[in-house]
Design a protein around this ligand. Sequence first.
Ligand SMILES: CC1(C)CN=C(N2CCN(c3ncnc4sc(CC(F)F)cc34)CC2)S1
Length: 488
Amino acid sequence: MAGFDLEKQHFPLQKIQDVVDLFRGQLTRDGGIDLSLLSIILGTIENALTINRSHTVSKENETKLQPIFPVIEWETIEALHTKFVTIIKSNVDLSKYPEKFATRELVKRVSDVIWGGLTRAFYKDRAHLQSLYSFLTGNKLDCFGVAIGVVAAFQVLGYSDVHLALSEDHAWVVFGENQDQSAEVTWHGKGNEDKRGQPISETVSAKHWLYLNGYPVVCSIEMEVAALVSAANPSITASIDSVEMGSLQQELLWLLHDMGHLAKYPMALGNLADLEEICETPGRPPPLNLLTEGVQSAEQYYKNQHIYPYTYLGGHLYRIGDYRKALKAWACASDVIKNYDYNREDEEIYKEFIEIANDLLPNVMKHVSLDPESLRFDTEAYANFLRFYDGICQWEEGSPTPVLHTVWAKQFVFSLGKFDSRIRKCVQIHADGVEDESSSSDSNSEDENEENCDVNANGIVKDSLVVKDVIVKKPCGRKPKAKRRRFG
Ligand SMILES: CC1(C)CN=C(N2CCN(c3ncnc4sc(CC(F)F)cc34)CC2)S1
């Protein structure tokens, strides 16, 4: 079939299933995935469901009281797709780049074409600026949108070696015959000069959270579709989401999950878990399974250098009231951050730890009652509490930018003081992997410690330090909704 005949069959798109079927067709067909087409379709739907909600409702939806869904005509999509192809092909003279694989000069040229298509005066932090629909109808893109736009442009130019590289707060591209080249293609944060065209070297990424210490998510074409879907934003206002857009995102993420394309993408698994927490899909596993998959993916493919798998997990456990496990997840997040050096481009992860230490943790400790099962008497919880703060202190050590200040100290003392004083005797602090000579000499004190640790404040036998998963029976507080983080 010529050109887009396969895609045309799905139009007009009138309901979520039509879009899922089109994406499945793209993901399973041999002729390759058209990223620009999918980005335009997703952006058009998002625009209609969040910004311009005054669309006609199809007769079918009207009668069946289905969720409202815009009628998307093929001609609309085709016109925007043709416009993108024309912009790219008319601004990149391929005769100057005879090589089969992309070169740094060509990557910089394509990034300049996307960059050149942006209006200057727009607020880059706004929502709904991540798709080619935004680029083509409003000349606006956020930093993630520029990166995915460059990758989509290289597809239009016929290259298959340029792919999206993702950290937890930045995006760039890898390219070349062995995918061993990398280049900045977008900006990061506010007030930072963009470094477009420059490689991301070992020294730049080592101990730097923004580059995940050299363990970013390097996308396949299918994972780039997952990034497009993850970047979709169902927000209508700060407090209202489009149910239809959220369901579409959820269905598409399950489609990608079932095809194995989220296996190496912890943040997409986290996004899907958050959507499932809001509205579970019948017959699908619970959010906790997806969050555990995300942690295991980061451990297996990214040397456990990612933070978000643990803060996604901790946030969910906090919201369902499982505070012991939330504390354990946050301590694991701290175990990862402690090996990084904090610097001025790491604000997003700084905000993440500030929220845990100065908002979520104090809220947990505030609500603990005299209930013997509460965290106050739990040695493992206390050990995880100390592990959490120790990791943040190690994060600061050797960093060019300080992390801690008095607000941290005040909240630390507040939370620390909530643990029962008798518990503090039950936790032996070992240096991190270093056996100093003193530790062997005080083994008898360790025994002495142990004997008065087997019974806690209320006569309940507790293992002093044996790690056991303890399920908290009573949630400590109200259940807030997952907070959506800015996407790049
Ligand atoms: C535990 C959290 C605070 C909850 N949401 C979080 N997100 C983190 C960022 N999100 C993401 N979700 C999927 N893929 C990506 S790639 C990327 C970096 C950007 F510059 F490209 C961000 C991001 C989505 C939401 S972390």
